[in-house]
Design a protein around this ligand. Structure first.
Ligand code: SER
Length: 318
């Protein structure tokens, strides 16, 4: 079997995806690639690791050849809030980086997973039950790169028969690795602060409704899509997937069930609030269910219980 490559392997999703793929297929089979950040001991000791500069085409090509890569999980990206601060960097990493990955994949005939996002939609997209195929006039640089990325991946599939697949991830909540500069990060921070301070000041307003998902469901969705029967896939880049659609008020109420003294206050940050307001309230993910059997395991309370249990251990809080 040819090896797998995970780019962005030190990031929020990449770090856990690498570990799960290594458990499933063997440590040596999965090359983890990061940018600057030092990998954790766990990541370093469980299989091969390389630092790569995704915006330099030669580096990606060399690594794919050196390790005989057959499947790429391209998780390296700049997220929405950082993308608004540094739009040129977001374009370079998210678009040029993706183009180099696809070109290298084409040369070596690799399958490629590329994450898209709720950010691939914009203010004039239908907000409720957002269809799989609909208007996508994203108005953030992150969103622009996600829409263009979806189109580019579909182009490589139809033009070069390259096996590209993707998911429109909602906000992903997890306890292993912190997200880096997204608009949905509040939904992770809130759990840390609930345990550490018993209170949280939220940078989005109380009624800001967005799709979310717990990490185990996001990882399963990713691997299930890559293992899906290609003949059943009508869509490829990228599938709507969600587990639940919630507001900061909903998460606070869920946390209160386990930590009754928890309180939340609100100080909306204009930039991130505007980004969140341009995204759907809730997506219709029935195409993912129909075409490859998508079904989430965790609802909000099940996630809250598991997050608090695992974060207590991580933060050594009794
Ligand atoms: N979680 C991402 C962000 O907030 C959305 O894809 O940027």
């Amino acid at each position: 079997m040819k090896r797998m490559l995970v780019t962005g392997a030190v990031g929020q999703i990449g770090s856990e995806l690498t570990m799960l793929l290594r458990e499933k297929y063997g440590g040596d089979q999965v090359l983890a690639a990061g940018h600057h950040t030092k990998p954790t001991q766990k990541l370093e000791n469980s299989g091969p690791f390389e630092f790569i500069e995704i915006t330099k085409p030669g580096e990606v090509t060399n690594i794919i050849k050196k390790y005989e890569i057959g499947t790429i999980y391209h998780m390296a990206a700049i997220l929405s809030a950082v993308g608004e601060k540094k739009p040129q960097l977001a374009w370079d990493v998210n678009m040029n980086g993706l183009y180099y990955i696809l070109e290298a994949a084409r040369e070596s005939n690799c399958a490629v997973f590329v994450p898209s996002s709720i950010a691939a939609f914009g203010p004039n997209t239908p907000k409720d039950n957002t269809p799989q195929d609909t208007i996508q006039r994203a108005n953030t640089m992150y969103g622009v790169t996600k829409v263009a990325g979806e189109l580019l991946c579909d182009y490589y599939w139809t033009r070069f028969n390259l096996d590209t697949r993707g998911l429109r991830y909602p906000g992903i909540i997890s306890y292993e690795t912190l997200p880096g500069g997204g608009t949905t990060d509040y939904a992770v921070e809130i759990y840390y602060e609930a345990l550490k301070q018993k209170k949280y000041e939220c940078f989005l307003g109380p009624e800001t409704q967005l799709d979310m998902m717990y990490m185990p469901d996001a990882l399963n969705a990713t691997i299930e899509l890559m293992e899906a029967d290609p003949d059943k896939l009508v869509h490829r880049n990228a599938f709507n997937v969600t587990a639940f659609s919630i507001t900061p008020e909903h998460i606070a109420a869920s946390i209160k069930k386990f930590i009754p003294e928890f309180t939340i206050s609100y100080k909306p940050d204009p930039v991130r609030q505007a980004i969140a307001d341009s995204w759907p309230n809730n997506m219709d993910d029935s195409c993912a269910t129909r075409e490859w059997g998508w079904k989430p395991q965790y609802d909000l309370d099940a996630m809250t219980e598991d997050m608090l249990k695992n974060l207590k251990i991580k933060l050594q809080i009794n």
